[in-house]
Design a binder for this molecule. Structure first.
Ligand code: SAM
Length: 302
């Protein structure tokens, strides 16, 4: 009787450590009296095969150093610890720390940082934990701050090799969109300036607890050694992109004129003509190279 009770207890503990299934996840939530916070984007993955495909898609080896954003209860973190050399995971919710202590108990290659990823000095974290080594970011992102997180990772010019992320499908479609479609916008240009996006897999809502209201997609962003196009000034390039997409129904010339770039309509018309871009086109039809040509021509006016 005593032995059976001990075994059941042991089984429960082992089950709890394996957080990637509905029953163990629920058990953990109950055990720690943990209530998920919707406003923190807490949708936990409960599908083992999806996790395996994310790890496979990120091409992890024991040689790799990994930054995870939002470990939650640690389902993906466990996999990362098993597949990578070193893992640093940044989690904002301090109520998850006792859970992570149990689920990650067996791993000595993980550090949890209890902080808001958007307020963290990532350069310092990289220096402290990763040294000169290129880092892979792998995360099931909190959807309420997907874009700011991606832009912070890219703009902070960290020593990154790739970013493999779960995002909501609609955002993923915008990130990987090519010119000409309705999904192509400032986010597509910004990400594709720094990285080459590719789709790893689609993930249905029932792979999470609780189920999100949207479909999800895992993307891999391979960081380019040099940005996709050469620009004289990055800030001017991004001002041109922002202005071009700022007023989607306007022609490119009118959108740029309304975009506070400091040039008259006539000057902008000359710029477009000199780089062979029709003034009647819409921003969403321009390639990165065409945006760069416009920005580099404009640069001469400043
Ligand atoms: N990785 C877990 C999984 O796949 O089951 C959890 C993913 S859940 C979609 C997002 C996680 O990000 C949550 O654990 C949430 O608490 C955390 N989070 C939300 N906002 C954050 C922020 N600003 N900084 C760091 N972590 C954050």
């Amino acid at each position: 009787m005593y032995a059976t009770a001990y075994l059941n207890n042991q089984q429960r503990m082992n089950n709890m450590k394996n957080v990637v299934n509905p029953s163990s996840t629920k058990e953990l939530l109950k055990q720690f009296n943990f209530r998920m916070t919707k406003s923190l984007g807490q949708n936990f993955l409960i599908d083992q095969s999806i996790l395996d495909k994310i790890i496979e898609g990120s091409e992890l080896t024991k040689d790799d150093y990994v930054l995870e954003i939002g470990p939650g209860m640690g389902s993906m973190t466990q996999k990362l610890c098993e597949s990578a050399g070193k893992v640093v995971a940044v989690e904002i919710d301090k109520n998850l720390l006792p859970v992570l202590k149990v689920t990650l108990e067996e791993y000595d290659n993980v550090t949890i940082i209890n902080h808001d990823i958007l307020k963290l000095d990532l350069k310092k974290v990289f220096e402290e934990h990763f040294g000169d080594k290129k880092v892979k970011v792998i995360a099931n992102l909190p959807y309420y701050i997907t874009t700011p997180i991606i832009m912070k990772l890219l703009e902070d010019k960290l020593n990154l090799q790739s970013i493999t992320i779960m995002v909501q499908k609609e955002v993923g479609d915008r990130i990987k969109a090519a010119p000409g479609g309705k999904e192509y916008g400032a986010l597509s240009v910004a990400v594709q300036y720094y990285a080459r996006p590719s789709q790893v897999l689609l993930v249905p809502p029932h792979s999470f607890i609780p189920q999100p209201e949207v479909d999800s997609i895992v993307l891999k962003l391979d960081i380019l050694t040099n940005p996709a196009v050469e620009v004289e000034s990055e800030s001017l390039f991004f001002r041109v992109v922002k202005a071009s997409f700022g007023q989607r129904r306007k022609t490119l010339l009118n959108a740029l004129t309304a975009g506070n770039l400091g040039l008259t309509k006539e000057q902008l018309r000359d710029v477009l003509k000199s780089v062979d871009v029709e003034e009647n086109r819409r921003g969403e039809t321009l390639s990165l190279q065409e945006f760069a040509n416009i920005a580099n021509k404009l640069y001469k006016y400043f």
